[in-house]
Structure formats: C-alpha cells, structure tokens
Design a protein around this ligand. Structure first.
Ligand code: PNS
Length: 166
C-alpha cells in the first residue's frame, strides 16, 4: 500500500531545517504533503498564501534533484484533521532538542487518541539545523545581515520580498 505522510508546521516561514526534514521524509514515504497549519487566533508574520508560495519554491528545488513526490497545501484546524483530510496515514515531525520532544510527544499522544490509524513518525534533526527555526529566520530578516543557511534553498529572495512589503 502506498505510504502517504504530511509534514505539518506553521512554516512562518519555511526554513532550511524544515527543508531537510521534508527531503528525508520524501525518501521514506511514497508521497509527502507539506501541511501549512493556519492558526485562526495567531496571524503570524507571513500570510498563508506567502507561506505556501515559499514552500512551493522549496519544493521546486527538490524537483531539481529529481524528488517529485512532494506538494504543499494550507490547512485550518487540527493537524490530525489535516492528515485525515489529505488522506495521509502518517505525520512526520522533526525533532531538534528535548523541548521539541516534550511538545511533539504530547501532540503524538493526542493524535493517536483522535485517530489510531494515523501514526506519528519523528526524524531527528541533523546537527547543522538544530538551532534553525522560523523565529531565527524572522530575526535575520528584521535585523539585517544574517546567516543565509537558515533559509530553505530557493526561498531566500521570495521570503525577503514578502517581508520587505510588510
Ligand atoms: O512549525 P510549528 O509552529 O512547530 O508547528 C506546530 C503545529 C502547527 C504543527 C502545531 O501547533 C499544530 O499541530 N497546530 C494545529 C492545532 C493542533 O492540532 N493542536 C493539537 C492540540 S489539540
């Protein structure tokens, strides 16, 4: 049976750390959807459309490397519902540290209670991305010159353009 996973997150914006997890998920699963979760109570820095455009730019970089089983969609509500709506059997999350573990372990438990057919799979972050976060990227944008390695490949210009308009 085909194995289909979502990689959920705020992706506000997508980072090099997210990119690495998505790339590795694409090697494990037959199909991967980057699920951009929009929180109705938290506006975020980038709009859902901007986050989607940046994610699609990163996906185009994967395609250049022959990775063609990834797409991106925006979802509202719970992650478990996003997985169900998409028809995915797996939720993939990257873990950078013990704080991520504590949070994601709870999320995985809640997900299982809602739907025991959806399995959560954790991928450990590579050391070079352990300190990369969307917050870090937003701070680079806000305070000027920064570490471009924090941006997902293919997204730097697009993310800067969106940010400069704000
Ligand atoms: O990129 P992030 O901010 O670490 O992503 C977190 C996200 C969006 C995956 C997480 O907050 C989430 O799943 N939010 C959706 C709401 C939800 O499913 N909550 C579960 C508790 S009931």
């Amino acid at each position: 049976m085909s194995k289909f996973a979502i990689v959920p997150g705020s992706f506000d914006p997508i980072t090099a750390g997210h990119f690495e997890i998505i790339r590795r998920a694409a090697a494990i699963f037959d199909r991967v959807t980057v699920a951009i979760l929009v929180n109705s109570e938290k506006a975020g820095t980038f709009s859902p459309d901007e986050r989607l455009e940046a994610a699609n730019a990163a996906i185009r970089e994967l395609e250049k490397d022959g990775i063609t089983n990834v797409d991106a969609r925006v979802f509202r509500g719970l992650t478990v519902d996003a997985a169900r709506d998409a028809g995915a059997g797996y939720i993939v999350k990257g873990l950078r540290n013990t704080s991520d573990f504590d949070y994601e372990f709870g999320m995985a438990e809640i997900t299982r209670r809602f739907d025991e057919n959806i399995e959560t799979v954790f991928l450990p972050s590579s050391p070079e991305f352990m300190h990369v976060s969307s917050t870090y990227v937003r701070e680079i944008l806000k305070y000027g010159k920064g570490d471009c390695r924090a941006f997902a490949p293919g997204t730097e210009e697009i993310i800067k353009k969106f940010y400069e308009k704000k």
